[in-house]
Design a protein around this ligand. Sequence first.
Ligand code: NAG
Ligand code: NAG
Ligand code: NAG
Length: 499
Amino acid sequence: MSEKSQLPSRLFLCLITISIALLITSSLFLLQFSDNSFRPTSVLKLILVNNTSDYFQPSVGSEKVEAPFTPSVASPIYSNPPVRIKEVPCPSSEPSNKLSAVGLEKEKICDTNHAVLQVYMYDLPLEFHFGLLGWKGNSDQTWPDVGNPSRIPSYPGGLNLQHSMEYWLTLDLLSSNVPNMVRPCSAIRVHNASQADIIFVPFFSSLSYNRHSKLHGKERVSVNRMLQNKLVEFLKGRNEWKRLGGKDHLIVAHHPNSMLVARKKLASAMFVLADFGRYLVAIANLQKDVIAPYKHLVKTIPSDKSTPFEGRPILVYFQGAIYRKDGGATRHELYYLLKDEKDVHFTFGSVQTNGINQAGQGMGSSKFCLNIAGDTPSSNRLFDAIASHCVPVIISDEIELPFEDVLDYSEFCIFIRASDAVKKGFLLNLLREINQDQWTKMWERLKQIALHFEYQYPSQPGDAVDMIWQAISRKKSSIRFKGHRNNRYRRSQNLVKIT
Ligand SMILES: *[C@@H]1O[C@H](CO)[C@@H](O)[C@H](O)[C@H]1NC(C)=O
Ligand SMILES: *[C@@H]1O[C@H](CO)[C@@H](O)[C@H](O)[C@H]1NC(C)=O
Ligand SMILES: *[C@@H]1O[C@H](CO)[C@@H](O)[C@H](O)[C@H]1NC(C)=O
């Protein structure tokens, strides 16, 4: 062998040695940082806000759990690693499990040390929650037995379901006390209010509005109004409320007309809302409140059954009611601009009259789905579009979007100002310019994030219930902050009272 050929082979040997060394160090490194590194994270990246984040939860992998309450479980989540956002680094009570992660992980339990949010829930009388579903229970029973899914009263269907998060959140809290329940460890119900981060008010306010606003017979006051008055009286008399003036209380008021009577009196509480369209800023605002997605009405399209670009003949899809109020004008103007286009489906009529299935099919065969402000800035249409993987085109300047602090909607939605949308040619030119690659990117993203808008029981990591609890947990420090400020002059106030 000549010098020339020996040199490369020596070099080669050297390279191999170096790479082996690198390999060893990197695998040691990976082991150090436990199991997480081996897991696919694509879907989950978006909710990891911090490098203190940590995965957690028994691996559901093979033992798939049936979610009894989801007709539309397309749940890609079962096959994905569960995710946890932790505010606090793992408590020291946790065993050091860096090496045999998989085995130990199954033993991890969701207790008050692990949960992101400790929640105290008032044991309100039945009439405020499951009683509204017609559930009676036994005489001593306030809550249904959620360990047995077949005995959980179901929420009324149809359009009621859009605002059913009051029900899913309550169920999830109840299930947090059921042994061996496989669910995210975001919220856990505690029975001592002074240990809680949040005090949950289990009033099904949207259902109360939808079902009990009318006066019957000789009633002077509707059930909906009566319940709200009772609730205000109850809360204002509680020490838990007085402690922080209600700032740590969580009230679900998703239907824009729910809590109409009580909202001003309970304005210091944190609300779970659809948008701020019918609220004064002093009563509801982004700083203290949480926006929750509507429960979509169309069936979820499973990721692997979703139609790609070339299979969606309709460019733009819209179906909705005609409104004369506020935002409605944009709908009319757009209708006249778009109605003669061949690849545009634009019809007026509520989803009900044309059938939810038909709407689902329409959206599933469309590239873009319009969300035009109606009488409120938000509607379930956006979430129907997401579940159909139809790229939402949002024409609603005042809309508030759920979880926007961890989700960048511009990755999977198109936003157009109402004033631009009604310019001749603007909308269609913009959408036609989006090519297959660009559209497909948004579609892929839609398939990834769709699970964040699924309500189901039991809740699963990354679904809507889990995301709402996590959004609430991100308000924790601001509640604490307000509490501490409240305390500043406590001593001198007491003194003032005495002197
Ligand atoms: C991650 O944590 C390290 C120290 O723990 C810190 O220096 C770094 O800035 C953090 N990065 C992010 C993105 O939070
Ligand atoms: C992010 O990390 C910082 C410290 O690195 C921590 O104080 C903070 O609570 C974390 N936030 C979340 C949301 O985990
Ligand atoms: C609730 O917790 C507080 C503080 O941790 C404690 O002082 C109190 O005794 C507890 N109350 C009950 C009824 O356990």
